[in-house]
Design a binder for this molecule. Structure first.
Ligand SMILES: [Fe+2]
Length: 283
């Protein structure tokens, strides 16, 4: 059935809830951003309380992909601080999974995340190898491979993972400030894959409203979107899933404005948490 079109919600407006994740993970407070109710794959913000720890060894039935927003998390002797990222394929053994001082972690599971006791046996997939740890502060920005037609946004990226076979990719994008389409008009874009975004900082202004830090969307394939701009610049974490990222442009251009109406598309259960967020003000 896939996940519902969710474009967009501000994560800080969602309640922290127990029991959002199955089994023992349900004891962690979480904000569910999107989930496939049948398959259980989900994108979720997890709050690890100070002192939480599981000794293991154990493994998960899902790939465990995460980006640390705050605090620090430890798994199998690696410590992940702010702006650290990892992709641990399903079956990766977790030992001493915990947090000494607490952490808030943006987490992606590609299947229902069930904890299984004992050492795991991750499938060897040369197209989707483990990414044991990346510290984004040690990585260089690159413009390689970015469509020149979207460079009016002054984009640069740090690629965190890319499966050349399936097209699945995770990267952080930087967008310049005072950016908007030339002549304030641009065509819309669509891709043959899911596009998912979490706005780490700054602002993105688009045809559905104003997104500021904490905004999240899950957009199924082939839906028109944009045009976009940014008043103050931004950093966002983007994932493409279920296909290769190709930009397809609409025939007609739309007017761009920094003052669009607030018009998100949300699943019914999320609508009560929706509220507009103004662009950050300097006064
Ligand atoms: Fe897009």
């Amino acid at each position: 059935m896939g996940r519902p079109h969710t474009e967009f919600i501000h994560a800080q407006d969602l309640p922290w809830r127990l029991g959002e994740l199955p089994g023992a993970l349900g004891e962690l407070e979480a904000r569910m951003l999107s989930i496939d109710a049948e398959r259980g794959d989900c994108s979720v913000m997890i709050q690890y309380p100070a002192g939480w720890r599981r000794t293991g060894p154990e493994h998960l039935t899902a790939a465990h992909e995460f980006f640390v927003l705050d605090g620090a998390l430890e798994i199998s002797g690696s410590s992940y601080g702010i702006d650290n990222y990892a992709y641990l394929p399903a079956g990766t053994t977790h030992r001493n999974w915990g947090s000494e001082k607490g952490a808030v972690v943006l987490t992606f599971f590609d299947a229902r995340p069930v904890i299984v006791d004992g050492v795991g046996a991750p499938k060897a997939d040369p197209d989707a190898p483990a990414v044991p740890k990346l510290n984004l502060h040690d990585m260089q920005w690159s413009t390689a491979g970015i469509d020149p037609d979207v460079m009016f946004l002054r984009l640069a990226k740090k690629v965190l993972r890319h499966n050349a076979k399936t097209g699945d990719a995770t990267f952080v994008l930087e967008c310049g400030g005072h950016t908007h389409p030339k002549d304030w008009r641009e065509r819309q874009l669509a891709h043959p894959c899911v596009e998912e975004m979490f706005l780490l900082s700054g602002d993105i202004v688009g045809e559905r409203g104003v997104m500021v830090g904490g905004a999240y969307f899950w957009r199924p394939p082939e839906l028109w979107h944009g045009p976009f701009g940014s008043r103050g610049g931004n950093h966002c974490l983007i994932r493409f899933l279920g296909g290769h990222h190709v930009n397809r442009w609409s025939k007609d251009a739309l007017q761009f404005t920094f003052d669009p109406p607030h018009n998100p598309v949300l699943p019914a259960h999320m609508k009560r948490y929706d509220r507009p967020h103004p662009l950050p003000r300097a006064f």
